[in-house]
Design a protein around this ligand. Structure first.
Ligand SMILES: [Zn+2]
Length: 1030
């Protein structure tokens, strides 16, 4: 081990300080290449490819500017040096480093990080005739040389550099190590990779203009330089400044933004610590999502520094009327274009592209590179095309990109870990180790029709002692997904299965989710069980067993059939729905029928008891309003709860019961690092919309405790209008904060509870096929049980021992992925709704609907539309000041509307909005019904929006076109999806296929061609000795 000292530069307050730091050089920094014959291969981490034309060593300039090229799936075998990453710094640099980490984590990229500054073979001191910058460049080159020599010249190494000067200096020092600019490299190796070429051109143009950017680009809109880091630090510690994420109001993106304080504990009273940033000038080049420091927090703040850029990929379209502001000054700025991000919170971005003509009709992805202080717009570059505007597949891609979800097929590494389903049977060793319930327990599942990924089953039986034994048996996913395996990492990255309105993206490969882990009827399956021993009358729990089991589900039932069974439908009329009974003689059938019916009846009694207990504690019954997000449950496109069956609640309550007991167990064993799910109480002011609405009916909603809220909601029932209670529960849901995962070590036990369910401990254990949180919880539970020695830990299921901080990091990631999945689901629902309305004639009866007022504004009100589960504003005043007056007659023969626009005023009061004209007054109260017409406000830059125009101030059913009600209002969500998809399928596929061969063919002689020939020869040589063995 060698010891050396190293000088590093620290920039602070505009000065550069040099600090001497001691550094230990090691000779065991691994190359991570399978070609290594020195035996330094690293353990489980990522490795470089075995078969590669060359390895790539990008310099810091390339990492900083061309990361989108390096991210392309085609480009593999990249060595990121410590020196290159060290040179990439600053608020935007941290983000670059994060992206590099993601590349390294992606197994298919076969790329690695090389700690060259700790490697005794790759690092050398700064020479006396070298500047610091020259030294840093040389270190990057030396790292490449080290790789080439270390691997004995088996593979060429290409140093990707930013400029030709570098190539000139280093190009010929070491044969086998080539120096190329990104441009040269792509021309030689990937001449037909359009995607790379387009990125390159756009970035290059951006860089070329960097020197000229200060002149004439439209004014700087009051931007100023950011304060130096030291000033920010002292401002933060003295409390004069606030640090947080810039959050732009999407309804007023030009004017209004907040800095949400990032300090811990601020969640409860976030409204107090938000700093309002008004207008573009005070936003000072910060973009929605950036982590910033705001100064002068009273009354409004100004961004004075950026700590971390939140810049991601932005979906955008070309601004077509760019003559006015685009280039910012005529022909000298040719090639520059303004693009309009799909997300209204993100400012327009200047990019340079030669493809403007093709891009006009497309949605594409851009990135921001910088925002010079002199420039009105941030500068960025083109990344890739998503597709034609308005095309269903394009718009789905938009939703996925916006939510940072990139579904891709499972990699070869994952698929190679999959067992074969065809001849699968439990291993004898597993049978011996597990509690075998196959012959002793009546295990069954109850799911929605068509469900193939069954992750939960239940069992009930009477013990000889007279006690009741109830079990919940969950798919043993961790038996097939070893901690740290490629499958495990991919599942963690995905976090959850993502459901869109018309498709889904699974968290696990189909062989697991639909087969080996799915607890199908009549098949032997591994499970993880929770089995309670209960008093048959009081349901008091006398004992609980947790552990691995082996089950064979006897029945795979659907909700409907199970409910009819409980309701007493005779067996002969159920046989068609319970295929397991087919062909039985009458006596056996009767016996099986009784057995199953008794089991379901017992569970129903038990869950009534459990549910009642939770309600006593104040659990909130808000499920009914969640229906709006369940697009695929036949006809659920309305706020009315879908045909609510008692059996739904029975199954749900059993799962809550299991989750609660597992939470208790793991929290007890691992008080510092168990994964739980918590749900906090809402802020008092969040309840205001609900309270206002209830008050109009004379009701008081008390919010002192969840029990009070629950009781109040139960009392808010209008016997003439069932929608009232539904809407109030919906408002209650909106008031509540979201439940979230956390590590027990990161919160005090008082904050572990679940407010909505009224449980002191809660977690997710029952859906490991579609949620990664449950996978972690399974491992924790099995580790807890193993720690007691009550079961032997099966091989291959080794528990992953997360520390508290690691677990909290995973929890944050899963919370983030859950939110993203939910947003995707909602966005896709809205997409299908708007596409549906776009295709319909404006006078279609389905466009006229009933709406209920739930919030008041100074120029109108917000309504909820139960028929399509939509919400939005209805305006009573137009921009010209005229107000909506509902007359007795239709305004014209072709319109159904009775609204005419007159001179007048709109007055907002506490519980109503009043329209006043010379004809008199019309009053709109909270919870009033009105009739609106739905139309689409089309946009090519953003999502289409639905607009609701007032038709009458009466409920729909008291109005015209009653006949249309049935057909239009009942249109199911599924039908809607099918209609939209079918219309899209009729379009011809326009994509042309590029064959792989074309991708690889090289023009003329290039470095690529030379290296390929060389590689071919060396392979021939290596093959030769092998012939002896044949
Ligand atoms: Zn090695």
């Amino acid at each position: 081990m060698l010891r050396t000292s190293r000088r590093i530069n620290i920039r602070s307050g505009g000065r550069v300080w040099q600090v001497v730091r001691e550094q230990y050089l090691r000779d065991d920094i691994a190359c991570q290449s399978p070609l290594c014959f020195e035996g330094c291969a690293a353990g489980a981490g990522p490795t470089l490819p075995r078969h590669a034309t060359c390895y790539l060593v990008p310099t810091d300039q390339v990492v900083r500017h061309f990361l989108d090229v390096l991210q392309l799936p085609e480009i593999t075998g990249i060595v990121f040096t410590q020196t290159a990453l060290g040179q990439v710094s600053g608020p935007a640099g941290k983000q670059v480093q994060r992206r590099v980490r993601n590349i390294i984590k992606t197994a298919e990229k076969e790329s690695v990080f090389f700690a060259n500054e700790f490697s005794s073979g790759a690092w050398t001191k700064q020479k006396s005739d070298e500047t610091f910058a020259e030294w840093q460049l040389r270190l990057q080159y030396d790292a490449a040389v080290w790789y080439y020599r270390h691997l004995g010249g088996q593979v060429a190494v290409v140093v990707l550099c930013g400029d030709a000067g570098f190539a000139h200096r280093f190009g010929h020092r070491q044969p086998g190590v080539f120096v190329q600019t990104t441009d040269q490299y792509l021309a030689g190796f990937w001449p037909n990779l359009r995607a790379a070429r387009d990125i390159l051109d756009s970035v290059q143009a951006m860089l070329d203009s960097a020197g000229a950017e200060s002149e004439g680009c439209g004014g700087s809109a009051g931007s100023t330089d950011y304060l130096p880091a030291a000033a920010l630090q002292s401002g933060l510690s003295s409390g004069h400044m606030v640090r947080g994420h810039l959050t732009v109001n999407k309804h007023q993106p030009q004017m209004e933004a907040f800095v949400r304080s990032a300090s811990a504990g601020a969640r409860r009273d976030a409204s107090l610590s938000d700093v309002l940033v008004q207008g573009a000038a005070d936003r000072n080049r910060a973009v929605h999502g950036d982590e910033v420091v705001a100064g002068e927090p009273v009354p409004t703040g100004r961004v004075v520094g950026v700590l971390l850029r939140g810049w991601g990929e932005y979906v955008a379209t070309l601004q077509l009327d760019e003559e006015q502001e685009g280039g910012g000054g005529g022909s000298s700025r040719a090639g520059w274009h303004l693009v309009v991000p799909f997300d209204r919170r993100v400012p327009k971005i200047r990019i340079q592209t030669r493809q403007a003509d093709t891009l006009k009709t497309q949605r594409f992805v851009v990135r921001i590179d910088s925002w010079p202080v002199s420039s009105r717009y941030p500068q960025g570059h083109f990344v890739r095309v998503l597709g034609p505007i308005g095309d269903l597949e394009t718009e789905i891609q938009v939703i996925l990109t916006q939510n940072d979800i990139s579904p891709r097929p499972f990699s070869q590494a994952v698929l190679s870990e999959m067992p074969s389903a065809a001849d699968w049977s439990p291993l004898p060793a597993e049978v011996a180790r597990r509690r075998d319930l196959r012959d002793t327990h009546l295990v069954f599942s109850v799911d929605p029709p068509g469900c193939e990924d069954v992750d939960d089953t239940m069992s009930v039986r009477r013990l000889p002692s007279g006690r009741l034994e109830v079990g919940v048996h969950i798919a043993d996913v961790t038996q097939f997904v070893a901690a740290g395996s490629a499958t495990d990492q991919e599942a963690r990255r995905r976090g959850t299965t993502v459901y869109l309105a018309d498709r889904r993206f699974d968290m696990l490969p189909a062989v697991l989710s639909g087969d080996l882990c799915s607890l199908l009827g009549g098949r032997d399956r591994y499970a993880v069980s929770v089995i309670w021993e209960l008093d048959p009358d009081s349901f008091q729990v006398h004992g609980v067993w947790y552990g691995r089991s082996l089950i064979r589900s006897r029945y795979k039932m659907f909700y409907e059939a199970a409910q009819r069974l409980v309701d007493g439908t005779p067996p002969v009329r159920l046989v068609s729905d319970v295929p397991e009974w087919r062909g039985l003689d009458a006596e056996t059938l009767q016996q099986r029928y009784r057995e199953l019916r008794d089991a379901l009846a017992t569970l129903t009694r038990l869950t009534h008891h459990l549910r009642h207990g939770r309600q006593q504690e104040g659990a909130l019954e808000l499920e009914s309003s969640e229906v709006q997000f369940e697009f695929d449950e036949g006809g659920a496109n309305r706020i009315q709860p879908k045909q609510a069956l008692e059996i739904h609640e029975t199954v749900a309550e059993m799962m809550i019961f299991a989750n609660h007991w597992v939470a208790q167990k793991i929290a007890q064993t691992f008080p510092q690092r168990a994964l739980l799910r918590r749900h906090g109480a809402a802020r008092p002011d969040q309840w205001e919309p609900l309270q206002r609405c209830a008050a109009t009916k004379g009701w008081t909603v008390r919010v002192g405790s969840n029990r009070q809220v629950a009781d109040s909601l139960d009392a808010c029932v209008d016997p003439h209008d069932p929608l009232v209670n539904t809407l109030l529960r919906l408002l209650a849901t909106r008031a509540m904060v979201n439940a979230e995962y956390f590590s027990t070590g990161s919160a005090t036990p008082e904050d572990w509870g679940h407010y909505g369910l009224a449980l002191d401990r809660y977690t997710h254990f029952t859906s490991p096929i579609r949620r990664y949180a449950d996978v972690i919880v399974h491992r924790l539970l099995l580790a807890a049980v193993a720690a007691e020695g009550s079961i032997e830990q099966p091989a291959g299921g080794a528990t992953e021992q997360f520390s508290d901080s690691e677990l909290q990091e995973v929890a944050d990631h899963l919370n983030d992925r859950n939110r993203a999945a939910q947003h995707c689901q909602m966005d896709s629902q809205v997409l299908f709704q708007t596409m549906y309305f776009v295709r319909r004639p404006a006078d279609d009866p389905g466009n006229f609907v009933d709406a209920m007022i739930f919030s008041l504004r100074e120029n109108g009100f917000l309504v909820h539309i139960p028929a399509y589960a939509l919400r939005g504003p209805v305006y009573l005043q137009q921009k010209d000041g005229q107000v909506a007056w509902v007359g007795d007659e239709k305004v014209s023969w072709e319109s159904e509307s009775r609204v005419q626009w007159l001179n007048g005023d709109v007055i907002q009061n506490d519980s109503d909005v009043t329209v006043r004209t010379e004809l008199g007054e019309q009053v709109y109260r909270l919870l009033d019904h009105v009739t609106v017409h739905i139309r689409v406000l089309e946009s090519s830059a953003h999502a289409h929006q639905l607009r609701f125009d007032l038709i009458t101030n009466e409920p729909y059913w008291a109005s015209f076109r009653e006949a249309a009600l049935a057909s239009a209002g009942d249109r199911s969500a599924r039908q809607l999806v099918q209609e939209v998809t079918a219309s899209q399928a009729a379009r011809p596929a326009e994509q042309e296929q590029e064959t792989p061969d074309e991708l690889w063919s090289a023009r003329g002689t290039s470095l690529y061609a030379v290296l390929q020939r060389h590689r071919q020869r060396s392979r021939d040589l290596k093959l030769a000795p092998a012939t002896h063995r044949s």
